[in-house]
Write a new protein. Structure first.
Length: 486
């Protein structure tokens, strides 16, 4: 079966397709692709990266540390000097390490927010973000079409590679913290220390936020921070239905609000003191508001097609250029590397801002939220209430329809475009976008998006409306027509 890279690398079921044998083949293809003349060695405006230096990290999933070691063995056998994380670490910390160590590329062993039975490979470029689509395609060519693949991957004994200095263990967290201190105002936090809960969902974000805030006076309680490769039977995705543990901790009085990161900590979610989920739409809108009004920053704003239009209304108010992209942070990263971007984000919780790497980062957005609450001297509930009174109301929901077979995206897009209704829930459709799936935009700024996932056998239906009733009308219509194309 051919191995394909989706919006952010390769993911598969452990021991089914994600095996040591297939992983070694993928690692050899990565080594061949990076060594080829077509690989980007520009450094993206910075110093030219070392073409023989690689960074490898891993999350808390079953066998992730062993899988990372196998990738290191293959890369070492191909002449690369590999910096292998000494323990599980967040994807953004590994991405930052790629840039900080001036490496040509990086590999993160993770399946991010996917179910425990999955694992995967995220490929990182020298800029500290996801590899470019053309770079991923080159890896795929070496995996699936290389005439020499029958020879098998190069492989070196781990201890021998360590003795030769080709595999070096390192801790990516100190350099990551040092960088975060240039972007998060710990003085503001220390002036008004917060008491809150962090739910790392058994992922590799465990201990990161609490460790960074040591010495600020904050009281940080942690839940689901132990090593648990099964994630307690819950998908490590920080969405409302998965955060019962965080809600319980807040209701027990362990903190005044909560932060949650996903399996590899490149996504953020939050919860206010009343147990209300604060989704990434609101987090990104609050961050944009804060960065402009309190820090006095400017720059372009980038959001994916599935992200709230509150961002559009704020960008228009501030006179900032706005870009809409397909789903996937790699599309946002393209803008962040090409021009002056203030903030970029997506509805799934991947958000980054000016000065940081072009990569979704759960811990830094959680820390920025702590700074916002400390500076405002308001509760998270009141911050959200003020935001919605200002640029809302905005209600949002997403439904995932599990598929028994893949959906042909082009055919789905054509069908939904040709059979678009005149209106939904008494609001006229004024625009149809085919940027990524099909998006119906209504007269009152409500919208409905239907698109297949790039990483799972799932058809996603997204809706944002000016009332909960409108959201339900959009979702009901979306599910009805979506089932016609599955």
């Amino acid at each position: 079966m051919p191995i394909h890279f989706g919006t952010d690398g390769w993911r598969a079921v452990i021991s089914d397709t994600f095996t040591f044998s297939n992983l070694r083949m993928v690692a050899q293809a990565i080594a061949d692709a990076v060594a080829s003349e077509q690989w980007d060695r520009s450094g993206n405006g910075g110093p030219r990266p070392d073409p023989k230096k690689f960074v490898i990290g891993f999350d808390t999933r079953f066998l992730s540390d062993r899988f990372a070691g196998e990738v290191a063995r293959v890369l070492a056998a191909n002449g690369f000097t590999v910096y292998l994380a000494q323990a599980d670490a967040p994807t953004p910390a590994i991405s930052y390490a790629v840039r900080h160590l001036n490496a040509i590329a990086g590999v993160m062993i993770t399946a991010s927010h996917n179910a425990p039975r999955y694992n995967g490979v995220k490929l990182k470029s020298s800029a500290g973000c996801s590899a470019l689509p053309e770079q991923c395609r080159r890896v795929e060519i070496y995996i699936n079409d290389n005439e020499e693949r029958a020879r098998g991957p190069n492989l070196m004994d781990f201890d021998q590679a360590r003795a030769l200095g080709l595999i070096q263990r390192f801790n990516p967290i100190p350099a990551y913290y040092e960088h975060l201190r240039t972007l998060i105002n710990t003085d503001i936090i220390a002036e008004n220390p917060q008491r809150f809960v962090v739910d790392s969902m058994y992922g590799s974000g465990r201990g990161i936020i609490k460790g960074f805030l040591q010495g600020t006076g904050c009281e940080v309680a942690e839940v689901r921070h132990e090593m648990n490769p099964g994630f307690g039977g819950v998908h490590p995705e920080p969405i409302a239905k998965n955060l019962g543990a965080l809600a319980s901790a807040i209701s027990m009085g362990l903190g005044n609000f909560g932060l949650a990161t996903d399996g590899d900590a490149d996504r953020i979610g939050a919860m206010d003191e009343r147990g209300n989920f604060v989704d990434p739409h609101k987090i990104m809108a609050l961050a944009l508001q804060y960065l402009v009004e309190k820090r006095g920053l400017s720059g372009a704003v980038v959001r994916t097609v599935s992200t709230t239009r509150m961002i559009d209304r704020l960008a228009k108010r501030y006179g900032l250029k706005l870009y809409e992209t397909p789903v996937g942070f790699n599309h946002i990263a393209d803008y962040m590397m090409q021009e002056d971007v203030l903030i970029g984000g997506e509805e799934s919780g991947g958000i980054s801002f000016k000065g940081h790497i072009p990569e979704g980062d759960g811990p830094i957005m959680g820390l920025l939220l702590v700074e916002m609450i400390a500076e405002s001297r308001k509760s998270l509930h009141d911050l959200v209430k003020d935001l919605l009174a200002d640029v809302g109301p905005a209600f949002y929901e997403r439904t995932d329809l599990r598929l028994s077979r893949p959906v042909a995206k082009a055919e789905m897009t054509s069908f939904l475009t040709q059979h678009a209704p005149a209106k939904i829930g008494e609001q006229k459709i004024i625009e149809i976008s085919n940027l990524d799936g099909v998006k119906y935009i209504l007269a009152d700024d409500s919208w409905l998006l239907i698109r297949p996932s790039g990483t799972e056998p799932v058809l996603r239906v997204y809706a944002e409306g000016r009332s909960q009733a409108m959201v339900q009308a959009l979702l009901e219509y979306g599910e009805q027509v979506a089932r016609q194309v599955v």
